[in-house]
Ligand binder design. Sequence first.
Ligand code: G3I
Length: 374
Amino acid sequence: MMKRIIPGAAMLYGSLLLAGCAASQKNTGSEQLPSLKEVFSKDFAIGTALNAAQIEEKDPGAAKLVPQQFNMATPENIMKAEVIHPRWNEYNFTLADKLIEYGKKHDIKINGHTLIWHSQLPAFARQIQSVDSFRLFFTNHINTVAGRYSGKVFSWDVVNEALNEDGSMRKSIFLSKLGDGFVTEAFRLAQTASPNTELYYNDYNNEQPAKRAGCIALIKKVQAAGVRIDGVGIQGHWHVGKVPLKDIEESILQYAALGVKVMFTELDIEVLPRNFQGAEVSQRMQNTPAMNPYTNGLPDSVQQQLADDYEALFKLFLKHKDKITRVTFWGVDDGQSWLNGWPIRGRTNYPLLFDRQFKPKPAFFKVIGTKTKS
Ligand code: G3I
């Protein structure tokens, strides 16, 4: 059973951590922690991305922490086409099936990620020449994968990252083979294959005005075709000290006005130098020592700024909790984060609420404090 700790103690504990006090050493078990999923239970679901080791419960720190803290999970990679559909007539459901079992065991709802994405496509799909064959791949993929997990996943990111920064359609293989109706078509197929599953469009930087306008146009197009789209995911890959709160708030309002649910689906706040915004996986930067400054730990000033940024975000989420249904962090702990490897490999990043030992960071207590202080 999880022991609850009183709010004042949580805040005190947070302050002690911030001061770098040895009191943090006393927290030997996360069972004494407040639980994100419990604290925000009346507001929105709290999710995390899970990698293969975490799904298989091979990672003891995560195995303990995840069921305590989260009530939704998104597979970080294992439901992507290159893993789940490696060859034309071959599907690999092993890990995805394990994820479904993991979710049942721990009462964690699963958001499938993702049916249609230009990245992490299997090699055979990239090589398909004819439009008819490509359409068949597209249709078979959605029917088979969404069909298998119908009634087993809570929701799907049906289409991921179909837009450019200026709001136009990304020149992906889906656009070039199928034309710009592919998004609507993907939702239509998913709706038929998995009728009781929530269906979402997911992207990064879609809180930025131009991309947001493109995203709104896309959602309206699906709706105008009489096809169901239940929600929009703002991924939320942001940078410390530069979280675009005004754009985020404006986006929550504008998306909700379309009648769709709003979610923050891949939240992390990067602390290392980067000269562009977003999560375009093909973008890379050159490695120099200056680009990896915190290999021995995060300075207090940055830790504080990270905590303040998370606090400001969660205050905003709570203000609009009637429109927001889920907030998912892109990973359980800093050690897992994809931001240790992108856009430069081998860096030491600190973007999440739990550190490499699965201990809560000051940001965790600031997030909890947005509820307990109000
Ligand atoms: O599976 C191979 C493994 O066989 C190989 O030994 C190893 C060596 O590099 O690579 C492994 O593949 C890696 C894969 O993650 C699984 O761990 C890829 O290199 C790596 O590029 C891939 O990164 C993932 C990235 O998507 C790829 O596009 C990240 O883990 C994942 O967090 C990230 O997630 C995306 C969301 O799906 C969509 N939004 C942006 C977000 C962040 O990029």
